[in-house]
Design a protein around this ligand. Structure first.
Ligand code: GLU
Length: 606
């Protein structure tokens, strides 16, 4: 611990934190009785009021965003502050070692903009990135490796968004998160469980073990977790700007860690190095992209264009679903159509969506009515489509054509976090960020306090079928295809209706789709639309079902139609906001999943 890091810290917090991480108390300070750990922060899944709103999975992070709004910052400022705090309290899902996608609604111009802050592959990468002797390496070995680390995009995303639409300097927006990292936060059951799930991986990297396994164990629920290295890193970013991550000592540390992952002595894990260079970091750029846009029930639904598949896949499925009146459908009929629309949209996603800098992605075609019509006619009332289903051709939609050869959906992990903010001026941000799977690569940059992503595992290691073009193979500087689907819905006048998103790898898409339709079609209040049990079909033979649907009678009705299911413990973790009019906002989050979310407004009303 550096001396400078000890200034300005409340003594009880310092001592409690020192006890929690097993660090020695500073020698110049007399040791008072240990302070009790801070009580776990209160989380509420719904809040209504004025002055702006923040919804995230974490109470401290939502509080950071609310603090910024209260002091006159806007939705973008609040989103950056919330995201930075999530980097502290949700370090296994988000942080400056990763990337993400930010969708922004600008109230003054009534327009939607997006930032693609996806990680990029090293410029030396090619389709053989994950092949050895012509065969793909085991997925699990890719997951914990330097090979899977892409150039992080999160710091650049913050800078891009702030330059374009923010009103506060990065430094002031990092301040709440820096404080949180320095003073510590109270460990909850989710944090502990996620640490536990990563224990063996973290133990193999001394910097990860020192940070996340103090005393060799996962931190206890109720203990205080501090990350002074990350506080220092945030200070450096605040002082030098986000560019500090892309050139200079911090960039050098990242490159060194990826090229020679510091593995514990005696660990027998195979940890492949990556070929990330200083040049790769220097060359990193976010991309400002036009959002995807579809009309749905008289509303406009905006999402993230490729390199994410979120916007096109949610959009295509909504286009397919719009022909049916879901408001009057039975639950089984609703789910039947939801499942079939997702199946079809995933077949098309697999064939057509990749990084548009490398692939000719027919984004307009995928979102067109004509294409949706050509695909929707495959759906039958009395039976079920078979997966894998072949893709259609949005460049030349043929009615009910199955297209060519069917290929299965490639595997993706499930982790990540989503936050949503709104401000008193009516601006809205919907922002999903990730380090890919929970715990990312498990490799912490020594002395810097954050984990590196393993986002490049979102590439196909090899085509699922060599006879069918795969738009998601690795390439030099290429962005792996994402499923992140930060979404903003506007009314016909261009005013916001709601915004939401979710983690969950490829299940993000089905979770966003189901939450939107639960609310917009089935009339559920947003928090109920979020809490409702989920189904996820991704062009696979079985549809994933959460327990609430697994145990319901509806499952039997759907099985009678031919649906096949497999149980899934938990899909996604949505946060969202809704504009209620007259300056009032509703913030909504999970009631149960991941321990429940934290919905806040600046000035609550009862
Ligand atoms: N890497 C995933 C994606 O970009 C997100 C990770 C997750 O949600 O688990 O779609």
């Amino acid at each position: 611990m550096r001396r400078s890091a000890l200034r300005n810290i409340a003594l009880p917090a310092l001592v409690a934190a020192a006890l929690a991480v097993g660090a020695a108390a500073p020698p110049t300070v007399a040791t008072p009785a240990p302070a009790p750990p801070a009580p776990p922060p209160v989380k509420t899944p719904v809040a209504v009021g004025y002055g702006g709103a923040v919804a995230s999975v974490d109470a401290d992070a939502s509080a950071a965003g609310i603090e910024v709004l209260r002091r006159g910052g806007n939705a973008v400022d609040a989103a950056v502050a919330t995201a930075a705090a999530l980097g502290v309290t949700e370090p296994y899902s988000a942080g400056i070692g990763g990337g993400g996608y930010l969708v922004y609604y600008d109230a003054a111009s009534r327009s939607v903009h997006t930032v693609d802050g996806r990680e990029t592959a090293p410029r030396s990468a090619d389709t053989a990135l994950f092949l050895e002797g012509g065969a793909p390496i085991p997925f699990a070995e890719g997951v914990t490796s330097g090979l899977a680390v892409g150039t992080p995009g999160t710091a650049a995303t913050w800078e891009t968004a702030l330059d374009a639409w923010g009103t506060r300097p990065l430094r002031s927006l990092l301040a709440p998160a820096e404080r949180l990292a320095q003073r510590g936060f109270t460990v909850d059951a989710t944090f502990r469980a996620q640490t536990e799930a990563n224990r063996e991986r973290f133990a193999d990297f001394p910097a990860s073990a020192a940070l996340f396994l103090p005393g060799g164990r996962s931190p206890a629920v109720g203990s205080v977790f501090r990350n002074p290295d990350l506080a220092r890193t945030y200070r450096e970013l605040g002082r030098r700007g986000a560019g500090a991550l892309y050139r200079g000592p911090l960039a050098d540390d990242i490159v060194r860690t990826v090229r020679r992952p510091p593995v514990a002595e005696g660990a027998d894990r195979v940890v492949r190095p990556g070929d990330l260079t200083r040049g790769d970091l220097r060359a990193y750029r976010t991309v400002l992209r036009a959002p995807t846009e579809v009309s749905y029930r008289g509303l406009r639904v905006y999402g993230m264009a490729p390199s994410s598949s979120g916007g096109t896949t949610v959009g295509e499925a909504l286009n397919i679903l719009e022909r049916w009146d879901l408001s009057r459908a039975s639950e089984a009929d609703y789910l039947h159509r939801l499942i079939e629309a997702s199946r079809i949209a995933f077949a098309d996603r697999g064939r057509w969506v990749g990084d548009p800098a490398f692939e000719d992605v027919p984004t307009r075609g995928l979102l067109s009515r004509g294409f949706a019509d050509s695909r929707a006619c495959l759906v039958r009332d009395d039976t079920v489509l078979t997966s894998p289903l072949a893709a259609g051709d949005p460049r030349d939609p043929a009615r009910c054509a199955g297209g060519g050869r069917a290929v299965p959906t490639t595997y993706e992990g499930e982790s990540t976090t989503h936050l949503t903010t709104a401000d008193r001026w009516g601006n809205v941000v919907s922002y999903t960020l990730t380090i890919e799977q929970t715990g990312g690569s498990a490799i912490t940059v020594p002395g810097r306090g954050f984990l590196l992503n393993n986002e490049l595992t979102d590439f196909s290691f090899a085509p699922a079928d060599p006879r069918v073009h795969d738009p998601n193979l690795p390439g030099p500087g290429k962005r792996p295809r994402s499923s992140m689907a930060p979404t903003v819905v506007l009314d016909r006048h261009g005013a916001p209706v709601l915004a939401l998103g979710s983690p969950g790898g490829s299940t993000i898409i089905t979770t966003v789709l189901q939450t939107l339709t639960n609310h917009l079609d089935r009339g559920m209040p947003l928090v109920e639309a979020i809490a409702a049990p989920r189904a996820s079909q991704r062009n696979q033979s079985a549809t994933d079902l959460e327990p609430g649907l697994w145990d319901a009678r509806t499952r039997g009705e759907l099985e009678a139609l031919g649906h096949r299911f497999r149980p899934h413990p938990e899909l996604g973790a949505v946060t969202g906001i809704q504009r209620l009019g007259g300056g009032r906002w509703l913030a909504a989050a999970e009631t149960e999943r991941r321990g429940g979310g934290a919905a806040r407004v600046v000035r609550p009303v009862r």
